[in-house]
Design a protein around this ligand. Structure first.
Ligand SMILES: [Zn+2]
Length: 543
C-alpha cells in the first residue's frame, strides 16, 4: 500500500471521482480539492490562546466570529443573512449561586446532609434569578411519554408544581422485547434534554435526575464541572424549561429514598415495566434558589456559495460546525480551554472546504454555517432551526463536522445516522469514490445522534448527520488507534491543544469526503428524503 500522503489522496480522488461520475464528472480544473495548508493555518489560529478558548459570552467569542466572517469575505463567499454573515442568537447566561441559596431536600422529617457540587447540582431552567420552593417529590421512573413505544410513565397523574425525580437513559431491552427503545442503543427519550422538556410539558416545577455512570455514559465529574461554578446558557426564548433543573448522585438518591421509606432498587426495577406509575415520595424540596442571570448576544456565521443551476440554486446543502468551546475558566494555571479538536478542527475544515466550493460551485447552493454555543446545549443550531436563513423546505441536507481526525488517514469513514435517510446510499457512493468504506456501525449507546448540531435539523425534517473519523488507520494502525484513544483524557480539558506535529491527512480526508458528499447532494436530481418508519421521518418543516 502506498503511503496516503495528502497529494496522493487528492490525485487518487480526482481520478476516482472522474471514473465514478462520468455524467457530471469533475474535470481536473473543476475538481474541488481541499488543501492542507489553509486547513492547518485556520486550525492553528482558532485553537491558539489568542482566541481564549472561544467561550460563549466571552471576548474570545467575539474574536472568533470576526475571524470567520473576515475569512468568508476574503474567500469570496456571499453573506448568508441579507448583507451580513451574522445571525443573532439571543442567549441567557445563568450561574447558580449555591452559597446564597437555602435549598434543601427533606425526607422523613430531616434535611439530607448534602452539599452542592459533591452530592447534587441545580440551576433555574427558566432564566429567572430567584425562586422559592416548597414542593413534594415524585419518582416518575424514566419520565417518558412515548406513543411510538406505547409507553407513558406519567399515567395522567397531576404533577403540577411537583419536583420530578427521574432516571436517565431509557427502558432496557428484555428477553421478550429485545428491540424496545432501540435495544441497547439510546433513543432521544433517554437524553436528559428530553427529560427536562417532558417535565415542562407535565407542568412540573422541577426535575432532579439520578446520575449513574452507566446510565449517563459519563461520570459525576462531568456533571459537576458543567453545573457548578460556571455560567450555563440557554436560549433567551423558546426553550425555557422548568423552574429547577438538577442532578443528584446515586448515593444521594439512595439516601433520599431510604429516608423516605422507599426501596430505590425495587422502584427502579418497577420502572422497567409498562405498568409503572409515578410514586409520590415522602420528601420535599424547600428554600430559596438564587442565580445570577444575564442576557448575552452570540452569533452564528453563515456564508453561501450560490448554485450554478437557474432552478436548483434555490435549494441548499448546509455544512455546519460549532465554533464555540469552553473559553477561559478559573484564574490559576492554564485557564484556556483551547478546544483544538473540539471544534477548531471542524471550523477550520469548513473554511478550507468553502475555499474550494467557491472555486468549483455546484448546481444547488451551498451554505457554510458556523454555529454558536453548541457546548451549552446545541443553542446556535436550535436558534438557526427556529429562524432559518434559508427555507428548511428547500434545505436538501445538513452535514455536520465536530471534532475531526488529528491522527492520520483512514480506510473507513463514520457516517452513523445517514442510514436513517437517503443520504446513506450517497454516503456509500462518496466513500467508494475515495477508495474508502463506511465504518462499521456501533450501537449508539450514548445517543450520539441527538448530541450534535445536525440534530436540530433532523428534528425539523431535514436529513442530517455528522461525519466522523474512521478507525482503520492507513499508517501504524495500532499506534494511531492508541493516539486517537488518548484524546479521551483531553476531551473538554485545557489540554485539548493544537500540536504542530499532527498528521492532518485524516482531517483533510474528512473535509474532502464531506465536501464530495455535499456536492453529490447539491448536484443530485432530487432532494434526499427520510426512510419511511424512521423515528424522525417527517416532511421538512415549512419554516
Ligand atoms: Zn464539539
Amino acid at each position: 500500500m502506498q503511503k496516503m500522503t495528502p497529494s496522493y489522496v487528492a490525485s487518487a480522488l480526482a481520478i476516482s471521482l472522474a471514473l465514478a461520475f462520468p455524467a457530471h464528472a469533475d474535470s481536473a480544473k473543476n475538481a474541488a480539492v481541499v488543501k492542507e495548508a489553509p486547513l492547518r493555518a485556520h486550525l492553528a489560529f482558532l485553537a491558539s490562546d489568542v482566541l481564549e478558548g472561544r467561550g460563549t459570552g466571552q471576548r474570545g467569542a467575539d474574536l472568533t466570529v470576526a475571524y470567520l466572517e473576515t475569512q468568508a469575505l476574503a474567500l469570496g463567499l456571499k453573506p448568508g443573512n441579507g448583507d451580513s454573515y451574522r445571525q443573532s442568537v439571543q442567549i441567557a447566561g445563568v450561574k447558580a449561586q449555591p452559597a446564597e441559596s437555602t435549598l434543601k431536600l427533606e425526607a422523613g422529617g430531616q434535611a439530607l446532609p448534602i452539599s452542592f457540587g459533591k452530592d447534587w447540582v441545580f440551576a433555574p431552567g427558566d432564566a429567572t434569578a430567584s425562586h422559592s420552593f416548597n414542593a413534594d417529590l415524585v419518582f416518575v421512573g424514566y419520565g417518558i411519554t412515548a406513543p411510538d413505544e406505547q409507553w407513558n410513565d406519567y399515567k395522567d397523574m397531576d404533577l403540577k408544581g411537583k419536583i420530578l425525580v427521574m432516571m436517565v437513559n431509557d427502558p432496557q431491552p428484555t428477553a421478550a422485547q429485545p428491540n424496545r427503545f432501540n435495544g441497547k442503543g439510546l433513543t432521544y427519550y433517554g437524553r436528559w434534554t428530553y427529560k427536562f422538556e417532558e417535565a415542562k410539558r407535565q407542568g412540573a416545577a422541577g426535575v432532579l435526575l439520578i446520575h449513574t455512570t452507566p446510565t449517563a455514559s459519563y461520570g459525576w465529574s462531568v456533571i459537576q464541572n458543567s453545573w457548578s461554578g460556571v455560567e450555563r446558557f440557554q436560549l433567551a426564548s423558546g426553550t425555557l424549561g422548568t423552574q429547577l433543573q438538577g442532578w443528584m448522585t446515586d448515593d444521594t438518591a439512595r439516601a433520599l429514598f431510604k429516608a423516605a421509606g422507599q426501596d430505590i432498587d425495587a422502584l427502579r426495577a418497577a420502572a422497567e415495566g409498562k405498568d409503572f406509575k409515578p410514586v409520590p415520595l415522602a420528601a420535599k424540596l424547600s428554600g430559596e434558589m438564587k442565580a445570577a442571570v444575564r442576557k448575552v448576544e452570540q452569533f452564528n456565521v453563515a456564508a453561501v456559495v450560490p448554485g450554478t443551476d437557474s432552478k436548483l440554486k434555490d435549494e441548499v446543502v448546509i455544512y455546519s460546525a460549532h465554533w464555540d468551546h469552553l473559553g477561559k475558566q478559573g484564574d490559576t494555571g492554564d485557564t484556556i480551554f483551547n478546544g483544538a479538536v473540539d471544534n477548531a478542527s471542524g471550523s477550520a475544515a469548513l473554511l478550507a472546504m468553502a475555499q474550494e466550493a467557491v472555486r468549483a460551485p455546484a448546481k444547488r447552493s451551498q451554505m457554510f454555517l458556523w454555529v454558536a454555543a453548541e457546548e451549552q446545549g446545541l443553542l446556535g443550531s436550535a436558534a438557526y432551526a427556529s429562524a432559518p436563513l434559508w427555507p428548511l423546505a428547500k434545505t436538501a441536507a445538513n452535514l455536520n463536522l465536530d471534532s475531526l481526525n488529528f491522527v492520520g488517514a483512514t480506510r473507513d469513514i463514520g457516517t452513523q445516522g445517514s442510514e436513517r435517510t437517503e443520504l446513506g446510499k450517497l454516503a456509500e457512493t462518496a466513500a467508494k469514490a475515495m477508495g474508502m468504506h463506511i465504518a462499521e456501525a456501533e450501537p449508539d449507546l450514548a445517543g450520539g445522534y441527538f448530541r450534535s448540531d445536525h440534530f436540530n435539523f433532523a428534528k425539523n425534517g431535514v436529513p442530517a448527520f455528522s461525519i466522523e473519523s474512521g478507525r482503520e488507520y492507513v499508517k501504524d494502525p495500532a499506534g494511531s488507534k492508541a493516539k486517537a484513544a488518548a484524546y479521551d483524557k483531553r476531551y473538554h480539558q485545557v489540554s485539548d491543544e493544537y500540536d504542530a506535529s499532527w498528521d492532518l491527512s485524516g482531517m483533510v480526508q474528512t473535509a474532502q469526503y464531506t465536501l464530495n458528499l455535499g456536492r453529490l447532494i447539491a448536484n443530485g436530481a432530487k432532494l434526499p428524503e427520510w426512510k419511511a418508519g424512521d423515528a424522525f421521518a417527517k416532511p421538512r418543516n415549512a419554516k
